[in-house]
Ligand binder design. Structure first.
Ligand SMILES: [Mn+2]
Length: 303
């Protein structure tokens, strides 16, 4: 009996460069997410849409310090989303969070860690499919963008805003595996190397094949329990096929490779929570990025 899927739209953009990412959930729903997730089901109860959690509009200062308004709203927002995800986990359902800039990941990952600790279960590892490693702190960030810092807090480094959100939900960095990373700042490279995270670059995935890469990634992240949470940033894909993102980094995964990776995770039933993030509809009038996001969410959910 597959777990029911509970959808949450994370309408937040203030953690990135382009505020329009907050409209990602609208684009993903419009591209047919609910229908795709319900495919082949007759019971009608497989998918429950919990609606959106919406960040307030605040003034974003450009530069290394995003400003107090952004920090306060990101903290308030993240705690609201974290509690919503934790409630999904407590119901025994699979949270599928669609975004939205990647700063929302602090909430999802914190919820997974807190739920596991509360129930005495193994704390799952993390599979982070992304062009970036999102491990900056306020001290190392070159941009001040919060969406590049949340994993530092998730792994126990102090980051204002996110450390409060993660409280009680820390994750073991040795069980965090990066897939598709290719744009890593100097400061965060030092951090992820110190943590001992395994990084599968697009070059290595091409060399060893996506099947072997994701099987190894799941073995590391899954640990003894085999459980992990999965975060899929659309910028892990090559910008030629997924232009609707905030940060375009050439040399990304092609769709066939991503499809193998996502389908294998979905078929394994290893994911305790999934998120599909960084869809920026204003950068993609064709809507093809949102359609890939729909497919990615469905594959990750094992549909
Ligand atoms: Mn990214």
């Amino acid at each position: 009996m597959p777990r029911p899927i509970e959808l949450l739209g994370a309408r937040i953009g203030l953690g990135g460069r382009c505020l329009d990412t907050r409209d990602g959930p609208i684009a993903i729903r419009s591209a047919g997410l609910h229908t795709r997730l319900s495919a082949g089901r007759t019971d009608g109860d497989r998918v429950r849409d919990l609606g959106d959690i919406v960040a307030r509009d605040v003034f974003r200062v450009l530069g290394r310090d995003p400003g107090m308004a952004v920090l306060q709203e990101a903290r308030r927002y993240s705690i609201e989303l974290r509690d919503a995800v934790e409630a999904v986990l407590a119901r025994g359902a699979l949270p599928c969070v669609i975004g939205g800039d990647h700063s929302l990941g602090a909430a999802t990952q914190a919820a997974v860690g807190r739920h596991a600790r509360r129930t005495g279960a193994d704390v799952p590892g993390i599979i982070w499919i992304d062009a970036h490693t999102d491990a900056n702190t306020m001290e190392t960030t070159p941009s001040g963008n919060l969406h590049g810092m949340m994993l530092a807090a998730v792994h126990g480094l102090h980051v204002p805003v996110f450390s409060d959100v993660v409280e009680g939900g820390l994750r073991d960095p040795r069980r965090t595996v990066y897939v598709g990373a290719r744009d890593i700042d100097d400061g965060e490279r030092e951090i992820v190397e110190r943590w001992g995270c395994r990084i599968f670059t697009p070059e290595e995935i091409a060399r060893i094949g996506p099947e072997r890469a994701i099987d190894e990634a799941m073995a590391i992240a899954g640990g003894a329990s085999g459980r992990c949470s999965v975060s899929f940033d659309l910028d892990s894909l090559d910008p030629s096929i997924a232009p609707g993102v905030d940060c375009h980094v050439p040399g990304g995964l092609d769709w066939r490779t991503a499809e193998v990776i996502l389908a294998r995770i979905g078929a394994s039933n290893a994911a305790v929570a999934v998120e599909v993030v960084e869809v920026n509809p204003s950068a993609d009038p064709s809507g093809k990025t949102a359609r890939l996001a729909v497919e990615a969410a469905a594959l990750l959910c094992g549909v």
